[in-house]
Design a protein around this ligand. Sequence first.
Ligand SMILES: Nc1ncnc2c1ncn2[C@@H]1O[C@H](COP(=O)(O)OP(=O)(O)OP(=O)(O)O)[C@@H](O)[C@H]1O
Ligand SMILES: [Mg+2]
Length: 243
Amino acid sequence: MLRIENLSVSYDGKEMAVDDISLDIKKGEFVGIIGSSGSGKSSLLKTINLLVIPTKGHIYIEEKEITKLKKSELRFLRRKIGFVFQDYNLIERSSVLNNVLIGRLGYKSSLKSFLGIFTQSEYSKAVKALEQVGLEEKIFDRAYQLSGGQKQRVAIAKTLCQEPKLILADEPVSSLDINISQNIMEYFKKINEKKNITILINLHDVNLAKKYCDRIVALKKGKVVFDGSAGELSETKLKEIYV
Ligand SMILES: Nc1ncnc2c1ncn2[C@@H]1O[C@H](COP(=O)(O)OP(=O)(O)OP(=O)(O)O)[C@@H](O)[C@H]1O
Ligand SMILES: [Mg+2]
């Protein structure tokens, strides 16, 4: 569903943040991207959503080359890609429900978005998404009243409400303690398995990647230095990745 060919990103025209990466991701895969700080994980993920424009190479989502899309096609594509951030990216003073409804904005005209007009079916989708992350009781709370783990679950519900085919998550558990991190990873896993949504997730905790991801891709200085299953990721290989 996602094909990356010889992708490079350079912010300054000299150093390569992403250096000639090629990857083929199948529908329904749950891929963990690991690597030390500065190895290019965020740059790679952001390029897939065109938050960062590639310097070289090609990205195809369901066989469509995303850099060649017209504006309207790009809008259509973007609503099919959910992005989950480390810092949750919620509107703190808004209710949990309103935060989740934001996931629907990509589907609406700008006037309806501006006026915050949502249909009954969109409200139902939002409630259902909140049920899926076990937060139906918090629906009318304000985002700032929630714990970090709960906020990240709202962010996941927002993404689910968007009905994406692909979820990109950039270190979604890095601000959370280990138990809560595992809880969040369980939700990602459940979404991946039950809805067959493809997930690419940047993680700095290798153990989480090994426990939850079907496939692990390791980056070092912008290059892929490992691509395989958790079982294939030996201690020696790990040392190589993080040295
Ligand atoms: N907006 C930017 N402008 C300039 N350089 C950038 C920008 N974003 C990233 N870089 C550089 O690109 C390289 C890769 O950074 P990136 O953020 O992709 O790494 P990362 O693996 O996500 O790191 P971390 O684990 O710290 O989040 C680094 O050398 C970084 O300094
Ligand atoms: Mg990063």
